[in-house]
Design a protein around this ligand. Structure first.
Ligand code: CA
Length: 234
């Protein structure tokens, strides 16, 4: 059965173009022009495999649609790619308070969007298989044993650094805001600020050596673990 993709987009031409291209790639597109319609459609069987969600909709913000999908049991785990018009909206939409899995900024190419969709689908399928041995390129983490190796060599991390790394790996590919990391790893204490996150990420990167390059800085937003080490300007 083809993967059903719910396109939530009020610009009719764009919605049609997306639907046409998705169909050509073997997906089953469904279009909603309003947030309310999207929420209704998402509840129908079969549940969408992925939701492509425009941030600016006529009846409610895309972030609200995202929140409601997340808070509904049936759609809570459906991956959501947010479509925004401005790149400075990114930290708002990928933050943990909204819960989008990825984002694209308008105008985007259909090719780029398809790559994003495939990546998000792959990731969500991998996440649904439980594993206690996580591998990202040269980096390997055994969660139960709290063991971390880079190129087979063991790296000693503090409990907090391990928790931070685990958080990166479990949500690899997704942008994580400093606030989200703070909440997940530190549990937000009064004397801890987002600067603390930066300090610990730097320390973690240094300890990981070549493995540290997998942690990418998203300027002004936070961090993301990527599958390949890249040039992070360091
Ligand atoms: Ca719109």
């Amino acid at each position: 059965m083809p993967d059903r993709i719910l396109i939530v987009e009020d610009e009719q031409d764009l919605a049609d173009t997306l639907a046409y291209n998705l169909e050509r790639e073997g997906f089953e597109p469904v279009i909603a022009h309003r947030g309310e319609d999207a929420l209704q459609l998402a509840l129908r069987d079969p549940t969408p495999t992925l939701v492509l969600l425009d941030l600016m909709l006529p009846d409610m913000p895309g972030t609200e649609v995202c929140r409601r999908l997340r808070n509904t049991q049936k759609t809570a785990a459906v991956p959501i790619i947010m479509v925004t018009a401005k790149s400075d909206e990114i930290d708002r939409v990928v933050g943990f308070e909204v819960g989008a899995d990825d984002y694209v900024v308008k105008p985007f190419s259909v090719r780029e969007l398809l790559l994003r969709i495939r990546a998000v689908l792959r990731r969500s399928r991998a996440d649904s298989r439980t594993s206690e041995r996580l591998v990202v390129g040269r980096l390997e983490v055994e969660t139960d044993a709290h063991r971390v190796t880079v190129d087979g060599g063991e790296i000693r991390l503090t409990a907090l650094e391990f928790k931070l790394l685990q958080q990166f790996i479990e949500r690899r590919g997704r942008v994580q805001t400093r606030e989200h990391l703070l909440a997940q790893v530190w549990g937000i204490e009064a004397d801890v600020t987002t600067r603390t996150v930066d300090t610990h990420v730097k320390r973690l990167r240094d300890k990981l050596g070549p493995g540290g390059a997998y942690i990418e800085t998203i300027r002004g937003v936070g961090y993301r673990m990527r599958p390949d080490p890249g040039d992070d300007g360091r």
